[in-house]
Design a protein around this ligand. Structure first.
Ligand SMILES: [Zn+2]
Length: 465
């Protein structure tokens, strides 16, 4: 067989995969069920437990050879009631605004907390505040998401620091509470929640997020004169709950002991429906199994489709999966994550040795007909990061990022904001990548194993880009 026929048979297979998903895919209907019948599913909640049962059933219906639940003990955080109100200069009464507590934070024990608001534009300005401007005050970190960055994930890395740092820095200096401008690209009033963790050295204080519109007003009012805030909430941690990762396998025909892991996370924040983050990734993962089975693709290596639990506020699922891989001395060729939205796929981030990146980049021309061209970023994903630290090469699906941080961790992350074609195209790309990596391998597998596996990537494919 000449090298040209390799490329031709691969492009035909990707076309078959695309036709199967676009014409017969069940991922969109699965997403509808997950969002509308189960809804949001923060770790530890009854909805998260129902999502596990659903995932197990959906994976079985997709035709996985083997489906099982991997135990994971997860933290259980309860939002409860929450209220934030401001009184601006010259006004008599407090007016309530839209608010979401940042995940894992403490509340006010349902007591009314009232204190002056102190505006800072960033960490530098906070550091320069005198102690009496911090102690007992509610610090408003007004850091804006950088709209100039075209890749919104870069902007998230930048502004997202505030969700973790601001509560800790303010708590360390005796502030009463923290308000942050949401980590959001949105031109609206959606507050965005998300995780944080208190340092062991600080006494936890309440931390909440407000939407961009409210933040704009608060900024203006703080510049005009004194502003007071009232905060009342009862969010709290409620111990640990037994939960599960859902795992479905297609057993490899030649190297069943070598794994290709692909997955997204089953848990979500406790507002909205967790449609984009990460219901989309879950139903795409299940779609990979269904599509390979429907097309009669028999992978050489074992494909593990994983719905991880607790990505959002603890990463316990990703950690449990990696612990189990280590305990069983498993060989992992690659782990692929889909947790960046269900929008049109644009590429794959690759975090692995250069030679392995080059192997995957050599398939670029096969993905171009599906709008997937970008293989230049170094990204995997949170759930597979524990595997990556053990040396496993990782990749992450990169959908178009422009709308993601309008919706991320908000009440607006609902099924209606996912397009069925875009969702399916993501599943096409993921299935294509799994197919190609399984077929040609990625060279030597390390360090979970020293056993080399087949690498027969045609030379012509390597030169394509
Ligand atoms: Zn996510």
């Amino acid at each position: 067989m000449g090298t040209a026929s390799y490329a031709q048979s691969d492009s035909i297979m990707l076309r078959n995969i695309s036709d199967e998903v676009m014409l017969h895919g069940t991922c969109y209907e699965n997403l509808r069920y997950l969002c509308k019948k189960i809804g949001n599913r923060l770790s530890g909640t009854p909805q998260a437990a129902r999502a596990v049962t659903w995932g197990e059933k959906a994976m079985t219906e997709a035709g996985a050879d083997k489906v099982w639940l991997q135990p994971v003990d997860v933290p259980f955080w309860i939002r409860g009631q929450e209220k934030l109100a401001f009184r601006y200069r010259g006004e008599k009464s407090f007016k309530e605004v839209n608010v979401l507590a940042i995940g894992n934070t403490v509340g006010t024990d349902n007591k009314l907390l009232e204190a002056p608001v102190v505006l800072v534009k960033d960490i530098e300005e906070f550091k320069n505040l005198p102690d009496d401007a911090v102690k007992g005050k509610i610090i408003f970190f007004n850091y804006r998401f950088r709209q100039d960055l075209v890749n919104t994930f870069e902007g998230y890395g930048d502004a997202g620091r505030y969700r973790w740092l601001a509560p800790n820095m303010a708590a360390a200096r005796g502030a009463a509470a923290v308000i942050i401008r949401s980590v959001s690209t949105g031109v609206d009033d959606q507050p965005h929640t998300g995780s944080m963790r208190y340092a062991d050295t600080v006494k936890p204080i309440p931390a909440v997020a407000i939407g961009n519109t409210t933040a704009d007003i608060l900024e203006k009012k703080c510049k005009e004169g004194a502003v007071s805030a009232q905060m009342q909430s009862n969010c709290h941690m409620a111990g640990t709950v037994r939960s599960y990762n859902v795992i479905g396998e297609i057993t490899g025909s030649e190297h069943p002991e070598t794994y290709i892991t692909v997955g997204g996370h089953l848990d979500s924040w406790d507002v909205g429906e967790g449609a984009m983050d990460d219901g989309a990734g879950c139903v795409q993962t299940i779609e990979i199994v269904r599509t390979m089975k429907a097309l009669g693709i028999r992978p050489k290596h074992t494909i593990r489709a994983v719905l991880f639990m607790n990505e959002e506020n603890g990463l316990k699922g990703g950690l449990a999966y990696a612990d189990s891989a280590r305990a069983h001395n498993e060989k992992h060729m690659i782990a692929i994550e889909t947790d960046a939205g269900g929008f049109s796929p644009r590429g794959f981030g690759l975090d692995m040795k250069e030679s392995k990146k080059e192997t995957i980049r050599s398939y670029r021309h096969l993905f171009l007909p599906y709008g997937v061209y970008d293989f230049e970023h170094d990204e995997g994903g949170a759930d597979i990061s524990p595997l990556h630290r053990m040396g496993v090469p990782v990749a992450g699906l990169l959908p178009d990022p422009q709308r993601y941080f309008d919706l991320h961790h908000t009440r607006a992350d609902v099924f209606e904001n996912i397009n069925h074609r875009e969702l399916k195209l993501c599943a096409v790309s993921l299935t294509g990548l799994v197919y190609l990596v399984d077929k040609y391998g990625l060279g030597h597998i390390d360090p979970l194993s020293d056993t080399p596996i087949n690498s027969n990537v045609p030379h012509s494919l390597k030169k394509t880009n």
